[in-house]
Design a protein around this ligand. Structure first.
Ligand SMILES: [Zn+2]
Length: 376
């Protein structure tokens, strides 16, 4: 991550660059801002700039030995602390146990938040935490001599997730900071960090990304039409991560609707060959998307049922969904609605209990073929 890779935030970048040029390197900074505004990318770009041995006016050089190590996020004087989970069979996990996943996460999705990170390490329902024992690791790392550069940099992502014991030990470190050590606390909820830590760190609030900067980044990095960008920008409120999530869910919805329409048509025409082909497609989607599709289908059935009750005020369909409903809604009615919903919910439960998805889907198509005969 370089300063040039950061989306917008021109003023904040300048503050970092200027402070390095002036030799003003606070031993602790609290960089806070909403998820998706670029707090972690800024910390990474700042650390790279600080370590670069051939600093340019506005950014790190990208080619010096230090920069080369930053490319792999493996600089020996760059340390990371972040929320983790206790994996089964490994009750005493440390951040370093998750370093490969962490490096991948911050190189591929530096704007993402805790939810994405916990998915990346298969946390399931576990909450991410910075455990008390991590503080010993922090101490050990800081007691090491700086290998290659003037500064040791420790990036602590989401210090608000720190166990109290670890927080108190961190406070001691901030009160008597080891020489040439820079702590970068990257927080989304600084009010949850103990005040004594907050008061020892130079605060830097990262604002939401300006709309025009966000629009430019989305046009460059995402597949989205210029009309849709305006809507996404309005909803994302300056968070790149939110914008990406909105785009993904819209794209996914469209794919789900296409599949939904195809299934209904195949079942109506009793086209067994196509039913089988769609079952193959469904099986290749992956479990989360299979479940997502079945949940989406239940919503569509419900909406079409409400459509035939002539109650537009309780109808939540987008334009494309509503277009399909014009002709489809008579097929969902009081005779079959319960069975329709029941079959879709059953399929969802079967996916969860690892029944063969191809069979689930084909079976569902056949049942739908019967249900569709009950047209109003
Ligand atoms: Zn460099």
């Amino acid at each position: 991550m370089f300063f040039k890779d950061i989306i917008g935030q021109t003023e904040t970048k300048q503050r970092f660059i200027q402070s390095v040029k002036e030799g003003f390197i606070p031993h602790a900074r609290l960089i806070s801002g909403r998820e998706g505004t670029g707090t972690l990318p800024l910390a990474l770009a700042y650390a790279r700039y600080l370590h670069c041995t051939n600093r340019q006016e506005e950014d790190a050089c990208g080619t010096c030995p230090s920069c080369q190590k930053f490319n792999k996020l493996s600089h020996p004087d760059l340390h990371f602390v972040f929320p983790i989970i206790n994996k089964k069979g490994n009750k005493e996990a440390f951040c370093d146990d998750f370093l490969p996943e962490w490096r991948k996460f911050i190189s591929e999705t530096p704007y993402a938040g805790l939810t994405t990170w916990l998915e990346a390490i298969d946390a399931e329902n576990a909450q991410g935490l910075i455990y008390a024992r991590e503080s010993e690791e922090i101490l050990r790392k800081l007691n090491l001599k700086a290998y290659e550069s003037d500064y040791k940099v420790m990036i602590i992502w989401l210090p608000e997730k720190m166990h109290e014991t670890a927080a108190n030990r961190l406070l001691k470190l901030l009160e008597e900071p080891p020489e040439k050590t820079v702590f970068l606390l990257v927080s989304e909820e600084p009010e949850k960090i103990i005040t004594t830590i907050r008061s020892r760190a130079q605060a830097l609030n990262v604002p939401p990304i300006a709309d025009e900067d966000l629009a430019r980044a989305l046009a460059e990095k995402q597949t989205i039409s210029s009309e849709d960008i305006a809507l996404v920008i309005r909803l994302a409120k300056g968070s790149y991560e939110d914008a990406v999530n909105i785009i993904q869910s819209t794209n996914e919805n469209e794919a789900y609707l296409d599949l939904f329409i195809t299934i209904m048509r195949n079942s109506w025409t009793r086209n067994v060959v196509n039913m089988k082909a769609k079952a193959d497609q469904f099986a290749s989607m992956g479990r989360d998307r299979q479940k997502g599709f079945l949940a989406y289908s239940q919503r569509m059935i419900r909406e079409n049922f409400l459509y035939c009750l002539q109650a537009p005020e309780i109808n939540y369909m987008n334009r494309k969904e509503a277009e399909f409903a014009v002709n489809f809604h008579p097929y969902v009615n009081e005779v079959n609605i319960i069975d329709f919903m029941g079959e879709l919910a059953l399929a969802e439960r079967h996916i969860e209990s690892n029944v063969n998805p191809r069979m689930i889907f084909f079976d569902l198509s056949m049942k739908i073929a019967v249900l569709l005969k009950n047209k109003n």
